[in-house]
Design a protein around this ligand. Structure first.
Ligand code: C5P
Length: 332
């Protein structure tokens, strides 16, 4: 596909802005296998999207740029082409041969670099918005561009609850029932995803991680609880938070705590506040605490907010949806 059905790209500012939204996620189950030749690890993971939205508005302009607003707009988010929202637009422009420049205005409501998939949600929302703007309806092409942007981007496009294999980007839908209540707590530090994967490999090589790569994904048990995705899948289908609490698992927990010991303190604090279970989200450092219901989540959040070493506390629910267009406000 080349060009745009909207007219000459030399006057892009005459096009209307397009807004799309996508959601953060938690990995209810994450088993990490050995490092592959392509620099990625084979995963078995169960994603659930959370009702924490990234909203991306593309405003046709003379040049490509990024601006930030929202609760988590901060100086550590890049404003160049390494920004996943802008990278997504540039990748789809290149894949379709389109040259319509836009300002990518991102409203961030997912904690940054927290293992919550906020950057991937920016990419997914930007893809949906830019595809609409340029009139691209080729879903296979959009899915291919999504995979090229990052292992979690395909899930951010799809949302809901899904089993991920391969790099985490080969998805199968999972039938979820009901709504789960989570309290998320960020500690004061940050973690880079590749660094946590590297430390996990180092700990395994030194024999000091309780998670074994040799036996493949799901073999180890870094936390109490079985490393069995079947148990998580069953629990997600029963809408029973107590069952889900017993089945949550993350192989990256040891490596994340090794790099940022404050995580262990945050986990203890939430458990003392009565959470059913503490779970490092993805590569961390955000910790998710599973609650029985809305009231229980409120109680846990209040106690966490009053605790030393906890930076931010957010209540949310899952599952949420996939990336979608947000209609413009109705004309008055
Ligand atoms: O694909 P994404 O950009 O999210 O991945 C960031 C980094 O995390 C990769 O470059 C790789 O080092 C690591 N990673 C991995 N195995 C995966 C996913 C990510 O080692 N399945």
């Amino acid at each position: 596909m080349t060009g745009s059905p909207f007219g000459p790209a030399s006057h892009p500012e005459t096009l209307d802005p397009v807004t799309a939204r996508a959601y953060g996620k938690i990995n209810a189950f994450l088993a990490v296998g050995p490092l592959q030749d392509d620099g990625y690890h084979d995963l078995v993971t169960v994603f659930q999207s959370l009702d924490l939205a990234e909203t991306v508005t593309l405003v046709p302009a003379e040049d490509f740029s990024v601006t930030l607003s929202g609760r988590y707009a901060d100086t550590t988010v890049p404003l160049d082409s390494s920004n996943l929202g802008l990278a997504a637009v540039l990748a789809l422009a290149e894949a379709t041969g389109t040259t319509i420049p836009v300002e990518v205005a991102i409203e961030k409501n997912v904690p940054v670099a927290g293992g919550m998939g906020g950057g991937s949600a920016d990419a997914a929302a930007a893809l949906v918005a830019y595809a609409h703007l340029i009139g691209c309806t080729d879903r296979d092409l959009i899915a291919e561009v999504a995979r090229g942007l990052g292992a979690d981007v395909p899930f951010a496009l799809r949302g809901g609850t899904a089993l991920g294999t391969g790099r985490g980007d080969e998805l199968s839908p999972v039938l979820g029932r009901g709504e789960f209540h989570w309290v998320l707590a960020t500690s004061t530090g940050r973690l880079s995803t590749p660094e946590v994967y590297r430390r996990l490999d180092e700990l395994r090589a030194a024999g000091s991680s309780t998670t074994g790569a040799d036996a493949g994904p799901g073999a180890g048990a870094a936390e109490a609880g079985p490393a069995d995705p079947a148990a998580v899948l069953r629990a997600l289908g029963t809408a029973d938070p107590e069952a889900l609490a017993g089945a949550l698992h993350n192989d990256m927990t040891d490596a994340a705590i090794d790099l940022l010991p404050d995580i262990a303190h945050v986990m203890d604090t939430g458990m003392r506040a009565g959470a059913l279970r503490a779970l490092v989200s993805g590569s961390g450092p955000t910790v998710g605490f599973l609650a029985r219901d809305h009231t229980h989540a409120l109680e846990i959040a209040v106690l966490l907010e009053a605790s030393r070493g906890v930076r931010q506390v957010v209540r949310t629910t899952g599952p949420a949806g996939g990336a979608h267009l947000v209609p413009p406000p109705a004309a008055a």
